[in-house]
Ligand binder design. Structure first.
Ligand SMILES: Nc1nc2c(ncn2[C@@H]2O[C@H](COP(=O)(O)OP(=O)(O)O)[C@@H](O)[C@H]2O)c(=O)[nH]1
Ligand SMILES: [Mg+2]
Length: 229
């Protein structure tokens, strides 16, 4: 028996690992696709990077191709939630996305940049695109949050009409976020996940599976982008 410096044996660690694995096998897994949309440069990729990798980079990286990142949440004792966060990947410049991008999405975050008011004006356009192209079973709209990003920058003027806009357009909630300072990103995602779980219980919509969310979707999307760009 190998004893490590703190007295815990390697065998003990292996057995803990085993029991974790066995317990996890009993967990129900929910796979949810969330789409993160909004104008170019508002911080979508940074928000996803912060949330899934805990990192922020100031170096500017253009997102190429349709892309998604995975975040796993141990939601409760019985439930694990895998969030597939889809990033627009460059074609936000066209102001509208293909149905493939939205397909099977069960929640969305629309992001704007607090330092560029024109990106707030685009929020409505993104909402219209989203509502036109994706619905829950029965035609219900998918839950949406608005993220007012770059909240770490001091000169920020919050659009005064945002509260009314949310009420009028059935927006779940809005948050001032910062990918740089890790502000409110967890909170916003938890809000969306809660709504998605609720809808899942109420509507029993089919969950995305690996084959549905496969790279064929992404590559199909890429092909379309290549043609249109
Ligand atoms: N200060 C600040 N800069 C940010 C924040 N989020 C993103 N950025 C910067 O804004 C630029 C665009 O971000 P990016 O995530 O590529 O935007 P996207 O085009 O919407 O994916 C990059 O230079 C980021 O470093 C933030 O919360 N605060
Ligand atoms: Mg990007």
């Amino acid at each position: 028996m190998t004893s490590l410096s703190n007295g815990i044996t390697r065998e003990k660690i292996l057995s803990i690992n085993d029991s974790l694995r066995i317990n996890n096998l009993h967990k129900r897994e929910l796979n949810f696709k969330f789409v993160i949309i909004g104008d170019f440069g508002v911080g979508k990729t940074s928000i996803i990077g912060r949330y899934t990798e805990g990192q922020f980079s100031t170096s500017y990286k253009i997102t190429i191709g349709a892309d998604f990142a995975l975040k796993t949440l141990e939601w409760d004792e019985d439930t694990r939630v895998n969030l597939h966060l889809w990033d627009i990947a460059g074609h936000e410049r066209f102001g509208s996305l293909t149905g493939v991008f939205y397909r099977h999405a069960v929640a969305a975050a629309i992001v704007f940049d607090l330092t560029r008011p024109e990106t707030y004006s685009s929020v409505e356009k993104w909402l219209i695109d989203l509502r036109r192209k994706v619905h829950l079973p029965g035609g219900l709209p998918i839950p949406v949050v608005i993220l007012a990003n770059k909240g770490d920058v001091t000169v920020t003027t919050l659009p005064s009409q945002i509260e009314d806009f949310c009420k009028a357009n059935n927006i779940l909630s809005w948050f001032i976020t910062s990918a740089k300072n890790n502000l409110n990103i967890d909170e916003a995602m938890i809000r969306l996940t809660n709504a998605a779980i609720q809808n899942h219980h109420n509507l029993q919509f089919p969950l995305i599976t690996d084959d549905i969310i496969s790279l064929t979707d992404a590559s199909e999307n890429n092909e379309k982008m290549k043609k249109c760009c």
